[in-house]
Design a protein around this ligand. Structure first.
Ligand code: GTQ
Length: 346
């Protein structure tokens, strides 16, 4: 259906293009083949950020700038196919944030939704709309769109987590707002654990009325996810592509925990040799435990604990692991599903 690229353009057509160009008009047939393609044509490429490589740079950033000066001291994970655009995939931003002992990353809020996936450290907190949560390695924490949030580290060790934000999606829609809170930290108005008590035990308050599409539960502790995966591994066969894989949900609706970012956790049993899988949602993976290889398109990526890697849209990928392995992952799947765009192939 799409027009083929023209090897050369006649003088008559060139003149025509030049004339209509002055009126901000252009011929579709010169670009149709790039606009409507037979399959996804993403600039995103497979990539791995090894923890051993980035950790020294993260710690070095801690000497160069304070959390206060930086507002957020983050090293952005830029996909090699999207350099300079602050994106890990075409639709998602990812970065590694450092908060040193005693530091506070001041309170602000923005239209962008964020998730925190804790990589290293223990005892720091993030506060979301008046409730603090203490961060532990492997925890998945949500900062919903337009909620006040600040991060603080009263512990004795640095804390590092991965941020994933829907910045490119919000930017595409030109719907971004941002506001700074008048003080460094917001007031704590809820007991720590209150949200988990209300929504984290397959129960919810009688009068619950959703205020947004984001899960009212904003802390998904690793301990729970890990235990669920271990039980699943004993009770079911591993899926040939995914091993034992769960999606994080909004407990009040059963839908995705975040409206724009799909989040998943999977366990690949020791010796797992997966078969090829592809889906239209480019995915960011973070290895929590174990080690192995991801074959992504033509590339073979070795990964171990705290390594981050990307599988681009519609590129076949499979896993092979040496030890029992746990992977957290994030993609734009809920957006694609809401728009009837998402496809997968096993
Ligand atoms: O913690 O609020 O990585 O606003 C980028 C922008 C983190 C945050 C990022 C942000 C934040």
């Amino acid at each position: 259906m799409s027009a083929v690229p023209q090897p050369q353009v006649s003088k008559e057509r060139k003149d025509f293009y030049a004339r209509i160009d002055t009126g901000h008009v252009a011929p579709l047939w010169e670009v149709l083949h790039e606009l409507v393609t037979p399959k996804p044509k993403t600039p995103c490429v497979p990539v791995v950020w090894k923890w051993d490589t980035v950790l020294p740079w993260i710690m070095e950033s801690g000497k160069l700038i304070t959390a206060q000066e930086a507002e957020r001291r983050v090293l952005v994970l830029e996909n090699p196919g999207l350099r300079g655009q602050s994106r890990a995939t075409h639709s998602l931003y990812a970065g590694l944030q450092l908060v040193l002992p005693g530091e506070i990353a001041r309170a602000h809020r923005h239209s962008q939704s964020a998730l925190r996936f804790i990589m290293s450290g223990d005892g720091a907190y993030t506060a979301v709309d008046g409730e603090r949560v203490t961060m532990h390695v492997g925890d998945f924490i949500i900062t919903p769109s337009w909620s006040w949030h600040d991060h603080g580290n009263p512990s004795k060790e640095p804390i590092i987590w991965m941020d994933v934000l829907d910045m490119p999606i919000v930017e595409l829609l030109d719907a971004q707002f941002m506001e700074k809170f008048p003080q460094q930290s917001q007031m704590t108005t809820h007991t720590e654990g209150a949200s988990f008590a209300r929504y984290g035990n397959t129960m919810m308050p009688l009068n619950y009325r959703p205020r947004s599409h984001t899960s009212p539960l904003f802390w998904y502790p690793y301990e729970r996810s890990r235990e669920a995966l271990a039980t699943l591994a004993r009770s079911e066969d591993a899926h040939p592509c995914h091993g034992h894989k769960l999606q994080y949900v909004n407990p009040a609706t059963g839908g995705a925990a975040m409206p724009t970012i799909g989040t998943f956790v999977q366990m690949l049993p020791r010796g797992f040799k997966g078969t090829d899988y592809r889906s239209t949602d480019s995915t960011i993976y973070s290895c929590v435990e174990g080690k192995g290889r991801a074959r992504i398109g033509e590339q073979s990526i070795e990964f171990g604990p705290k390594d981050t890697f990307v599988a681009p849209s519609w590129m076949k990928h499979r896993f092979e692991v040496d030890a029992e392995t746990v992977l957290f992952s994030a993609s734009d799947r809920p957006v694609q599903q809401a728009l009837d765009l998402w496809r997968e192939e096993t």
